[in-house]
Ligand binder design. Structure first.
Ligand SMILES: Cc1cc2nc3c(=O)[nH]c(=O)nc-3n(C[C@H](O)[C@H](O)[C@H](O)COP(=O)(O)OP(=O)(O)OC[C@H]3O[C@@H](n4cnc5c(N)ncnc54)[C@H](O)[C@@H]3O)c2cc1C
Length: 416
């Protein structure tokens, strides 16, 4: 098919890209394909989504249904968050959180436990209340929160089937204000880490591991209480102009800052739908560390600053709440996520990742499934207590290994 992922660093080797327009057609495609994977909006950075054949669900009817009594919205899984937000806006509804960009498909984000930030916010998969997927026999399976194995089905890494519909928790629409603070001293971050991440509902710390932390982005829900205005955040000055996380890039791509209240979907992501997110020419990696090791892990990366900086566009630190989803990097632990937006230099990045992963190993760092990392299945296995259960689920739902691909074998499941 000769097509690439969003970043352009990976060319899919699949010989065929199917685009079914009904669930029945999808069932037939999946049942007849020896090896197949569902493809989302292609924002992952590796061969994670690849197979001999791929199937895009973008041609399935776009149906969004709100259930006000249950407080949920059910949607076609290939929808992007930005598209879903348009419907929710008309219904006066919202999601609890979003990632840095609204461009990604809901199914792809959920399958890889994509997250935003916030001490009290779980990753985006935690808002899944139900799902429907086509398994490798072509059967349509539905499951809801509370069903046996549901916690294993949600962050499925594409290994369990093609997810056709998702039901997400919804809540009344709300407004958010976003403010940026610049030049936080490292000592202040370490001393007041818990207070910094609790300054808003979603807080992102951007740094190039230099003399000081570059920027702190604070997103706060608007309430009836008057806004508590700060001229500074532990010595970091409030920005007086809009910023891009990569300081030299144009903030026109970013959601509005300077405390201007706006709808949840236009403030929680850093980047605006219809504009280039991040830098566009990049690779990304991210490690989720148990929150109790935050200071030590941040210190360990800081000690590698000279190795990291030449390849780095920017790093982002976020917090994500614990959950019970078997393959979630937040399973059983509140986490701090240490993210790297790299220059597109795969060889250099691979080299520095070996050093970073060695430095972060003592803290039980779990890599982001959708980004670039080195750890193989042997390293990953002890990090996921429920991995044996996930393997059982894979065997049960996909006994012929149709959804298995080299990425899964190398990084998660090990050899069959
Ligand atoms: C600019 C940029 C910013 C990002 N920001 C963030 C961020 O803020 N937070 C974060 O956590 N991550 C972030 N990511 C990573 C991104 O969210 C993940 O890589 C996510 O998987 C992308 O979803 P996708 O639909 O593009 O997935 P794809 O790359 O298309 O697929 C990823 C996986 O999902 C599976 N999948 C997709 N659709 C289905 C389906 N219907 N059924 C079953 N499996 C399916 C695929 O098989 C594959 O295994 C970012 C990536 C980019 C490029």
């Amino acid at each position: 098919m000769h097509e690439t992922n969003w970043a352009g660093n990976y060319r899919y080797r699949a010989g065929k890209l199917h685009r079914p327009s009904t669930v029945e057609q999808l069932q037939e495609v999946v049942a007849n394909a020896p090896r197949v994977r569902a493809l989302g909006s292609r924002h992952s950075f590796t061969d994670l989504a690849d197979s001999d054949e791929l199937v895009s669900l973008e041609g399935l009817p776009e149906e969004v249904a709100v259930d006000r009594e249950a407080g949920t919205v059910s949607l076609s899984a290939a929808l992007r968050y930005g598209e879903l937000a348009e419907v929710l806006e008309r219904e006066g509804l919202a999601l609890a959180n979003l990632a840095s960009l609204p461009h990604i498909s809901v199914a792809g984000a959920v399958a890889t436990a994509t997250h935003g930030s916030g001490d009290a916010n779980g990753n985006l998969a935690t808002s899944v209340a139900g799902l429907e997927l086509v398994t490798s026999s072509g059967e349509l399976l539905t499951a809801s929160r509370g069903d046996p194995d549901f916690d294993g089905l949600v962050v499925g890494l594409g290994a369990l089937g093609a997810v056709t519909r998702l039901t997400l928790d919804a809540e009344p629409a709300y407004q958010v204000r976003q403010r940026v603070f610049e030049g936080l001293a490292w000592d202040a971050l370490h001393e007041h880490f818990d207070q910094v991440t609790a300054t808003g509902d979603s807080v992102s710390v951007f740094t190039r591991w230099g003399e000081a932390v570059d920027q702190v982005w604070v997103k706060s829900r608007v309430t009836d209480d008057p806004e508590q205005l700060h001229d500074d955040l532990f010595g970091a000055a409030a920005a007086t102009v809009d910023r891009h996380p990569i300081i030299e890039l144009d903030p026109v791509n970013c959601t509005l800052q300077l405390g201007v209240a706006g709808p949840w979907w236009d403030r929680l992501p850093h980047f605006r739908m219809g504009f280039t997110p991040s830098s566009g020419a990049e690779l990304q990696s991210e490690y989720q560390i148990p929150r109790l090791h935050a200071a030590a892990a941040i210190g360990a990366v800081h000690a590698l600053a000279e190795r990291v900086r030449p390849l780095l566009q920017v790093s982002e630190l976020r917090t994500v709440a614990a959950d019970r989803l078997w393959m979630s990097p937040q399973y059983g632990q509140d986490t701090v996520a240490i993210h790297f937006t790299w220059h597109p230099d795969p060889v250099g990045v691979q080299r520095v990742l070996v050093e970073l992963e060695a430095a972060l190993a003592p803290f039980g760092a779990r890599p982001h499934w959708g980004k670039v990392f080195v750890a193989d299945a042997t390293t990953i296995t002890p990090l996921y207590e429920r991995l044996p259960d996930f393997k059982r689920l894979v065997d049960q739902l996909d006994p012929r290994g149709a959804f298995r691909n080299p990425w899964l074998t190398n990084h998660v499941l090990g050899p069959p």
